[in-house]
Design a protein around this ligand. Sequence first.
Ligand SMILES: [Zn+2]
Length: 330
Amino acid sequence: MNLALWQRPAMPLPFSVRPVRGETTSSYLFRLARTNELVVPTTLLRALGEPSVSLDQYMLRDHEEIMLNSAAQQRLACFAGMPLERLRRSLPLPALAGTRASSSPRTAIQIISSLVRGHCASCCARIPGNPPIQIYFAQSSIICRRHRRWLGTRYERVQIDLSGSPEILTAYRRRDRLFRAEENQHWVDTQFAAAQAITTAWSRITDSFYHTPLLRRWEARSGVLASATQVPIPPSLVMMPETVIIAEAICDPVWRHQVATAEHYFQQRNFYAHMVEQLRLRRTTAYAFSAYNDPLRDWVERHRLQHRSTYTVRSATPHRKSAARSRDSQ
Ligand SMILES: [Zn+2]
């Protein structure tokens, strides 16, 4: 009887390949096949399990992922020459649903273009053969610290050398710290989006004496980045140091409490002065930030409206620990 490849026993291939953290199953599978010089790389895919579509008429592309049921995952680990647990520590290995009961190995193909990006080009260049490697956004950092490279987002699929912009690298370190400090990642994400909305709105104010230093700073930073790359520079990257400064303040439980209960300007004054100082701007800029048409004042007003009743009058002086964010975690 002529057995299909997936029906034959799996055995370790001569050369093993170290998986990259966050790598897609398909990226890893084809690297393993090419390293072992399989003339038709899909041979390895055929050997993993029974495919849900005929692979004879199917051409696999970069943005397609291979889903494996648990029996097929075991076979992949066997071909890779390492325990499944070790593979799992690096690869997300999305499971093929609905086949749990089946003990026979099965594979399926799914489009995942919005979930993945290319691995750091400098990291790939260090791997023999400079292979293309696809990484899940959710399982990886946006910066390669070793190569000081920005690796892109879902919307800005470019890689940019940050070695000439240490302030952006520092900003990303502070951003990571902010996310690590908070359990509710969605909440920090929301605050970050609010901070980014403020810097973006500032970048559109072109006729203000007070905002000009920020615009000049962003132009200069953009110029440094542009000199190192041919690709368009995303504005969010250029403004990241200022966005992080705002995000840190608006995530801070003490500032949140103070701003939410500050009805009059003299009560809000400290907040604007703090922002101006952190942003290294002229002290008089605090007046511009407190003007009703300014994006920062706009955030203050919205925060007050949303949260002024959240805080009770019991504690006149908020303490960092007692001012738990859970009370205004919206
Ligand atoms: Zn790298």
